[in-house]
Design a protein around this ligand. Structure first.
Ligand code: MGP
Ligand code: SAH
Length: 248
């Protein structure tokens, strides 16, 4: 009896290993067909980026390497809701990309304004938001954040600007000047004119001293809270919460 159970166990684990090998071959074939070398590493993390990836999620190259992983975007959204006592706070996602963050804000009942300068990105973001069933909670605006900022109103501003591509990690101390399309101090000042409640998603090698200095741009200085965001034991980025978005 004991022997029989052992054999069964062995057969099951051999079958599992075989299935895994087949899946890995299928993955490699797919990569070879469809995915550029830059995208490849992110493609292998696709279900961390969007759990509904297989339902038709679309991204371009910049979208692949910039999208906030779903679990981190959920964390950002939870913090947004906690920061305001309102049932439907308005969140402005100023650099929305393919919608990784905007979708999770909308899923947590926020009204979302999603801005991106690249119309293609927002086309993908609309497609992706439909997959999560939240497109009706998001206003998609193609435009330059810096031009739109003076006319924007919202409870929380979310900033995940470009970091300069995957090579950002070769910089030892990522000062805020490296952010694109303008330096971090300028981006922050435009945001602050909308609301002091600001959330900023930044590279893990960012100069933390400078991030704290952003709060001094306001008088009295804004509260600030900084956290590292982990995914499967790897740090993916750093989030800074300012004003009412910081934990009191
Ligand atoms: P990464 O550091 O390029 O990947 O991006 P990974 O897998 O952590 O790299 P490794 O070499 O350490 O294994 C990690 C995460 O940072 C991405 O999933 C994005 O969420 C975010 N990210 C990366 N870039 C280059 C950008 C960017 O330019 N803008 C924004 N907003 N986020 C980015
Ligand atoms: N958080 C997003 C990723 C943002 S990547 C996600 O989870 O999907 C940064 C985005 O900023 C890019 O899509 C880029 O097109 C956009 N961008 C660059 N300059 C901009 C500007 N001046 N105004 C608005 N968006 C801009």
């Amino acid at each position: 009896m004991k022997k029989k159970r052992m054999r069964n166990k062995k057969t099951i684990s051999a079958a599992k290993a075989h299935k895994k090998r087949k899946q890995s071959i299928r993955d490699r074939e797919k990569v070879a067909q469809n995915v550029s070398p830059v995208v490849e590493k992110y493609w292998f993390q696709r279900y961390n980026l969007f759990s509904k990836y297989d339902e038709g999620i679309k991204m371009d190259e910049e979208g692949w390497y910039s999208v906030t992983p779903e679990q981190i975007a959920i964390r950002h959204a939870l913090r947004c809701v906690a920061a305001t006592a309102k049932p439907n706070p308005v969140v402005i996602d100023c650099f929305a990309g393919v919608g990784g963050n905007a979708i999770q804000f909308a899923r947590m009942c926020c009204s979302v304004v999603a801005i991106d300068i690249d119309p293609k990105k927002l086309e993908f973001a609309i497609n992706n938001a439909k997959i999560y069933g939240v497109q009706h909670c998001i206003d998609f605006i193609v435009g330059d954040f810096f031009q739109l900022a003076p006319s924007l109103k919202g409870d929380i501003v979310f900033l995940a600007p470009p970091w300069g591509g995957p090579s950002y990690k070769s910089i030892e101390n990522f000062t805020l000047d490296f952010l694109k399309p303008r330096d971090g101090f300028t981006i922050f000042q435009f945001a602050q004119a909308i609301t002091p409640n600001i959330i900023m998603f930044l590279p893990r090698n960012v100069d933390l001293q400078q991030v704290e200095e952003l709060s001094w741009l306001s008088s009295p200085p804004l509260e600030v809270e900084i956290e590292e965001n982990y995914l499967q034991n790897n740090v993916k980025g750093v989030t800074a919460y300012f004003g009412g978005a910081a934990c009191h």
